[in-house]
Design a protein around this ligand. Structure first.
Ligand SMILES: N[C@@H](CCC(=O)N[C@@H](CS)C(=O)NCC(=O)O)C(=O)O
Length: 323
């Protein structure tokens, strides 16, 4: 991680643990918002007006938080408004890198070797982990935001006057339902799988894995006779759920030991996952080679770096959707 702008320690999968050895995710530090007129958003400062070609999103295809911002970019038709740079899926001792790999990019702005260099450009004394996604303002050479939940939400409205869209990921009439569901899905499922995977004790593993499956069971029930989780229309809650579902059978089930069931064993969740995968543009945000290569290269969890051959049903699904 970076300490006062200097890379100090080799990268470790486990970020922080609480007193019971539970995984704790770092809080994001750049919280400005792009808005239609450049006025300040709910957090941070103003000065980030929605303009074509001004912003760049640094992402990793392996990362569910980065992927939800990529999904919002596609679903809202923002391809031409927000540029994307993809890092190499394998974590190095210095975190995310721009070393070449099929489907990843060089850093076109600064020709950086590592993502942490982007953080020190934004703040020469930055302390913390250099995480994806990063939303960068190419006009002012500043980091706008590195919190995917904010980015997802600003993409929903900031460019609306430039790119009108029928998709509304955070519709007013469902705001309270979304706000009620999101944190539970985040805690028990999105981050729950990481808590199960990176835990330091049997007790907290069991706690996390039980929560993961209680949330999957709840969502399975909720989807009975429904297409989407909230209001029967696509919302950000679906985007946030999808990114974990699509990684589940291929990565979390094996590597993170969340193996009581697969998503394939849930009828409604499987159909729901495929429904979302078939929405225009979504398949382009799912790079299964990056996902499996990235997760299975986490040395703390898989020292020999062996990448599993399957699961076949996920390969088959992706193949059928991309044809
Ligand atoms: N709060 C961030 C979390 C992002 C995050 O944890 N990203 C992980 C990848 S999935 C990362 O970049 N980790 C790098 C590291 O921990 O050094 C968000 O949701 O945007």
């Amino acid at each position: 991680m970076l300490v006062e702008g200097k890379w100090t320690k080799d990268w470790k999968a486990m970020q922080k643990a609480d007193e019971k050895g539970r995984f704790v995710r770092q809080v994001s530090s750049f919280r400005n918002w792009i808005t239609p007129d450049g006025s300040a958003g709910p957090t941070g400062t103003g000065g980030f007006k929605a303009e074509a070609g001004r912003y760049r999103l640094y992402v990793a295809f392996i990362c569910p938080w980065a992927s939800r911002t990529l999904m919002a970019r596609k679903l809202k038709g923002l391809d031409e408004y927000i540029d994307v740079t993809v890092v190499n899926p394998v974590m190095t001792n210095q975190g995310w890198s721009f070393v070449q790999y099929a489907g990843s990019d060089f850093d076109p702005l600064f020709n950086s070797n590592y993502l942490h260099e982007i953080y020190t450009r934004a703040d020469s004394l930055f302390t913390g982990r250099a995480t994806v996604p990063v939303l960068w303002d190419m006009k002012q050479n500043m980091m706008v935001n590195n919190e995917s939940a904010d980015i997802l939400r600003m993409f929903d409205t900031a460019f609306e006057h430039l790119v009108p869209s029928n998709v509304r990921l955070y519709p007013k009439q469902y705001a309270s339902e979304i706000d009620e569901l999101n944190p539970r899905i985040y805690d028990l499922l999105n981050n729950g799988v990481y808590k199960a995977g990176f835990t330091q004790s049997q007790e907290s593993y069991l706690e996390a894995v039980t929560e993961v499956f209680s949330m999957l069971d709840e969502l399975e029930q909720r989807l009975e006779g429904k297409q989407y989780l909230v209001g029967n229309q696509l919302t950000e809650t679906d985007v946030r759920t999808f990114v974990t579902l699509i990684r589940f059978d291929a990565a979390y089930h094996g590597l993170f030991k969340t193996n009581l069931k697969r998503i394939a064993d849930y009828k409604n969740l499987s159909a729901y996952m495929e429904r979302i995968l078939r929405l225009p543009g979504v398949i382009e945000t799912v790079n299964m080679d990056h996902i499996t290569t990235g997760y299975y290269s986490i040395k703390d969890l898989n020292p020999a770096g062996i990448k599993p051959i399957g699961p076949k049903h996920i390969d088959d699904l992706l193949r059928s959707v991309s044809h």
